[in-house]
Design a protein. Structure first.
Length: 86
């Protein structure tokens, strides 16, 4: 396999900055979460890079602590901005 395709889902401020709820992103085989984030910055250069500096990620429903985690074909990457508590 020469590439992987992931589904990126945006929430709250990330959704507003990207201008969509989700999208499919194609990356080279062996790509990591960090590679995906770099591609998201390239795809949405206006407002999203600032948001990406403060977000957390879920990969297939599990919190990502290491942006070096490899992505598999069909994986879901959720982009979660910080939520204010009250």
């Amino acid at each position: 396999m020469t590439s992987v395709t992931i589904v990126v889902r945006y929430f709250a401020a990330a959704r507003a900055a990207a201008g969509l709820e989700e999208e499919k992103v194609q990356l080279a085989a062996g790509a990591t979460v960090a590679d995906a984030v770099a591609e998201l910055r390239r795809l949405h250069p206006e407002g999203l890079p600032r948001i990406l500096d403060a977000v957390s990620y879920l990969l297939d429903g599990v919190a990502v602590r290491d942006l070096g985690r490899a992505l598999t074909d069909g994986a879901e990457l959720d982009v979660l901005p910080p939520f204010a508590g009250g």
